[in-house]
Design a protein around this ligand. Structure first.
Ligand SMILES: *Cc1c(COP(=O)(O)O)cnc(C)c1O
Length: 368
């Protein structure tokens, strides 16, 4: 293991492989695997991660926006890439980079067909997205006729997949709701396939869907958070390994007397003697202000050191009164023992938000 001398995000590619193997063990061999690498591969490194996963033969990649897909193409990704949330303004770069759009309403369907006709495209791959309860993005059940009639007027596009997204796949209290979504998706898919006259792939499950709803794996599954080591439950987390360890270092140690304050706005005032450590990581690196005031913590010499006072842009101060530590010592913000999920919980948020917030200023280091 590398000993941090500055703030670094250490990315363990062996852990990534472990997670991929575990997730694949949950699906049938014929079921395709789509790796979701949006948002810098959940705050890690999209190009490195996607290249690694491409070598492991994942079938598809997904990103949220067209720009993210372009970056993958420039990094040598040749596998198909689904863009989950494209905007019309970027269609030109979408097709130049052979990115495949999710088509989620009549407006984007018509605009894409119009664009594809002007470009004289033939059977360009598109993915039709349906809303089955998340109420975020997607056509409705009663749009099936409209979609098939519209597609019949043109040779420019071909439906590669029909998909939907579960609203609460990690929450087993919402099982009835999820099963209804699955049922409704099946009905929609059958109706659209019949009208199209051919069978596109079907997919619905994110990571928690893979783990909790084997009956909804269909032809492909889409995993993001699971690849990065989180299963959205204590039980599932045991089988996965967080790939990212965020490390930093003690820049300076201070001895604070009773009545003195620490940090901006004098937000922390000491009741007695205190030893603090100043660390080169702040809200501009992704540790938001909600982790201040004793909520969040880091680990130094295996012990918890709470973040005191306000989180600064480039620094935090932590309480190390009872920790035998020195300037230059390594600090773990989160990793495989104290995970991003544990830290996220202290500020009432989730692993997804914390890991995707780690800013580009933090150097990424890879362990093969
Ligand atoms: C982000 C996203 C996923 C991945 O979800 P995880 O919970 O990270 O596995 C899958 N499908 C869609 C539509 C998404 O937006």
């Amino acid at each position: 293991m590398h000993k941090a001398q500055e703030t670094v995000l250490e990315i363990d590619l062996k852990a990534l492989k472990h997670n991929l193997t575990h997730l694949k063990s949950k699906i049938q061999p014929a079921t395709k695997f789509m790796a979701v690498v949006k948002a810098f591969a959940y705050g890690s490194d999209p190009c490195k991660i996607a290249n690694y996963l491409q070598k492991q033969n994942v079938d598809y990649f997904a990103v949220a926006y067209i720009n993210e897909g372009i970056a993958l193409r420039q990094a040598g990704i040749t596998q198909p890439i689904l863009v989950l949330h494209p905007q019309t303004v970027n269609f030109k770069s979408l097709i130049e980079n052979r990115l495949e759009p999710a088509i989620y309403n009549a407006k984007i369907l018509n605009e894409f067909i119009q664009f594809a006709s002007a470009e004289k495209l033939i059977e360009y791959p598109i993915h039709i997205k349906f809303n089955t309860g998340l109420n975020r993005l997607g056509f409705f059940e009663n749009d099936v006729n409209y979609i098939s009639e519209t597609l019949k007027t043109t040779q420019t596009t071909k439906v590669i997949s029909i998909f939907s997204h579960l609203a609460a796949s990690e929450d087993l209290n919402e099982k009835t709701f999820s099963l209804n979504q699955i049922k409704s998706f099946k009905g929609i898919a059958i109706a659209l396939i019949e009208r199209l006259g051919y069978k596109p792939m079907l997919h619905m499950c994110n990571t928690s869907g893979i783990l909790n709803y084997p009956e909804a794996h269909f032809d492909m599954v889409r995993s993001g958070i699971g690849l990065y080591g989180f299963g959205n439950s204590e039980k599932e987390n045991l089988f996965l390994k967080p790939i990212g360890t965020l490390k930093t270092v003690i820049s300076q140690i201070h001895h604070i007397e009773k009545g003195e304050s620490v940090g901006y706005n004098r937000a922390f005032k000491s009741n007695g003697f205190l030893k603090t450590a100043t660390l080169p990581i702040g809200h501009a690196d992704g540790i938001g202000r909600q982790y201040g005031h004793g909520k969040g913590f880091v680990t130094i010499q295996g012990q918890k050191a709470p973040i005191i006072g306000n989180v600064c842009m480039d620094m935090i101060m932590v309480d190390v009164t009872n920790i035998d530590c020195n300037e230059g010592d390594e600090v773990i913000v989160f990793g495989q023992t104290t995970t991003a999920e544990d830290l996220a919980l202290t500020a009432n948020t989730i692993s997804y938000e914390l890991i995707t917030s780690i800013s580009q200023r933090v150097r990424r280091i890879f362990i093969e």
